[in-house]
Design a protein around this ligand. Structure first.
Ligand code: B12
Ligand code: SF4
Length: 540
């Protein structure tokens, strides 16, 4: 095979780092293979099929690699209005609000299904109009829903779960994929492969002039946050998280010099100033300290005046790392505290102590951190009680007292149940989910289940959230739908995850926590006055 066309399937605009790494990797090993990258997110919906057809006609690829990053609606967090519609639909006491929410929900469902249908239509277009081209598909969303999606793709499409470098190389060379995480449909039979040893990342660095030449649309990302991967894999076991399934549990590091070379090339050649470490976890444990430290020291030594962010375990921040982080330009951070109860955290296998998380925040404050911290709470996780909910409110107050109230933005980020996670497994065993359920099939009942917020605490929590959101927005939702599949308007704010910005703009998470505290405390005092009355939370 001599030519590869990469098609980044549409999602909310985000730098398509995965395909850039794939194209770069192939170029280093097979410089004679022609390559081109097409980012469909940058085209209006009506022009996308034509863009695929034109690119394939002009480029005549032997291999078309589709990259599917996101499929998500009803994001379980308050940065997305779909959560509010869902809560209004399930919990609002005013019937009018329920009706309005049901119409908004239907509209979102329609968009969700049409988006999936449209994304699937591009591989079908290639299969019908360019039957000689081999089709491959991969990416985060494909990995998450491979079992469901492979049934909807043209027969013969090679699906790859997780990283794709070696698999594409093997397809080009006509080698067997038996040691890769592939999935393939032959009639009604599905064949799968197991990854042997995952690739080491010691030679991975981007040749930016080459990339620039095969990705003319890169101009659209000048001024945007650019993804950089410094390691792959996460050794933790957080029950709800899919990242170890996607990237593996073994951590593989890229040499710091190469990571910073990537940053420096984008800085000098594209003028990029904002970067996001796309690692599942930037500080994966104490073993990662030397790499993280060297990356930050090199950013400083090369005088790269950037703002960077990433997923960071605050509990692993040391005073020295905090100083380096601040000096090297750390921006806003998203911290998944999840709960203020150590018991709830332990039950989710989160693997950190709250006290260490507070220490990390303290070190950041002492180092002069001036960014915002989005503090994600997954209220109503398994083992949640009224007491542990109050502990979550206290934990917010504690972090706010350390970093300053004006810097800390709690965000309600409910547990979303994802396939191939420990949480999904537990809920299947408990009968909360039924075996063989389709995670892509959304109905009012399945949405309610997948946005994990079970009885009996659900109604207090929903009430507190709705009260807070209503106060901020009015009872009619004037906002645009901001789900990942929408074409977002230009937004302000420097945080890379624009979806979350709205959640922090009104600081409604703070209000939700404080409302929850109010509801729970007043409930407690009324229960204390009438000791014989049992708990009937759903009536509150
Ligand atoms: C970093 C990250 C973010 C950052 C991105 C910052 C940035 N500037 O890039 C932020 C925080 C902004 C973010 C936001 C969101 N994210 Co995110 N994100 C990730 C994360 C952790 C890494 C993605 C990444 O860039 N990896 C590094 C690159 C190199 O890898 P890659 O792109 O996956 O490509 C590799 C492979 O996938 C594969 N591959 C890719 N394409 C192809 C094609 C072929 C043919 C082959 C063979 C292989 C292949 O090979 C590549 C190289 O090895 C993943 C989880 C994970 N661990 O993968 C979630 C993930 C991709 N995100 C996800 C989601 C849903 C979102 C949001 C929509 C969440 C929300 N509702 O708000 C938003 C919106 C994103 C957007 N479009 O704007 C989901 C997608 C799955 C799904 N359910 O649809 C994931 C998988 C997390 C999860 N829930 O499990 N995200
Ligand atoms: S939540 Fe973070 S630390 Fe936990 S498994 Fe996922 S990536 Fe790793």
């Amino acid at each position: 095979m001599n030519s590869i066309l990469y098609v980044f399937l549409p999602c909310k605009k985000v730098y398509p780092i995965g395909v850039t790494y794939l194209a770069d990797f192939i170029h280093r090993r097979k410089p004679d293979v022609r390559q081109s990258i097409l980012d469909l997110s940058l085209y209006p919906v009506a022009q996308r099929s034509r863009a695929v057809r034109d690119a394939a006609t002009e480029f005549k690829p032997d291999l078309v690699c589709f990259s599917w990053r996101d499929i998500q609606i009803f994001s379980p967090h308050e940065g997305d209005s779909s959560l509010e519609h869902a809560f209004n639909f399930y919990f609002a006491s005013n019937p009018l609000k329920r009706i309005v929410a049901s119409f908004a929900g239907l509209q979102q469902l329609y968009r969700y299904y049409s988006h999936i249908r449209a994304a699937l239509s591009y591989p079908w277009l290639i299969a019908k109009e360019f039957p000689k081209a081999q089709i491959m598909i991969g990416g985060g969303a494909f990995t998450a829903f491979a079992d469901q999606l492979i049934l909807k793709l043209p027969e013969g499409t090679i699906g790859i779960l997780g990283e794709g470098e070696d698999a594409i190389l093997k397809v080009i060379d006509g080698q067997s994929l038996e040691n890769e995480r592939y999935i393939l449909r032959e009639g009604k039979t599905i064949r799968k492969g197991q990854q042997g040893s995952p690739a080491l990342l010691d030679a991975l660095t981007v040749d930016l002039p080459y990339l620039t030449s095969i990705f003319p649309q890169h101009r659209e990302y000048l001024g945007e946050s650019i993804g950089v991967q410094s390691k792959r894999g996460c050794p933790y076991d957080c029950a709800f998280c899919l990242y170890p399934y996607i990237e593996g549990k073994r951590v593989r590091y890229r040499p710091p010099a190469m990571v910073v070379k990537d940053i420096s090339q984008h800085y000098h050649q594209w003028g990029a100033r904002r970067f996001w470490f796309t690692d599942a976890q930037f500080i994966t444990g104490k073993e990662a300290y030397p790499q993280c430290t060297e990356i930050l020291e090199r950013i400083l030594a090369e005088k790269l005046e950037i703002e960077w962010s990433g997923y960071i375990r605050t509990s692993l921040i040391t005073p020295e790392l905090a100083k380096l982080m601040v000096r090297s330009g750390v921006g806003d951070l998203e911290v998944a505290i999840t709960s203020g109860s150590q018991e709830v955290l332990n039950n989710l296998h989160m693997g950190f102590k709250l006290e260490r998380l507070y220490d990390g925040c303290r070190y950041l404050a002492e180092a002069g951190f001036k960014g915002k911290v989005i503090l994600n709470y997954s209220l109503n996780s398994p083992k949640e009680t009224e007491e542990s909910l109050l502990q979550s409110v206290e934990s917010y107050k504690k972090v706010a007292s350390i970093l300053g109230e004006e810097r800390v933005f709690p965000l309600m980020f409910f547990l979303g149940i994802q396939p191939n996670t420990d949480l999904e497994q537990r809920l299947l065993e408990e009968g909360y989910l039924s075996a063989g359920y389709n995670p892509l099939m959304l109905t009012p009942t399945s949405i309610r289940k997948l946005l994990y917020n079970p009885a009996p605490l659900n109604s207090f929590i929903a009430k507190a959230c709705l009260r807070a959101w209503e106060r901020k927005e009015g009872s009619w939702d004037p906002r645009k739908w901001t789900g990942s599949l929408s074409q977002a308007p230009k937004e302000s704010g420097s945080y890379a995850d624009k979806n979350l910005i709205r959640g922090i703009e009104g600081n409604s998470g703070r209000d939700a926590l404080l409302s929850l505290e109010e509801i729970l405390r007043s409930r407690r005092s009324s229960v204390n006055r009438q000791p014989s009355v049992g708990a009937e939370p759903s009536k509150i």
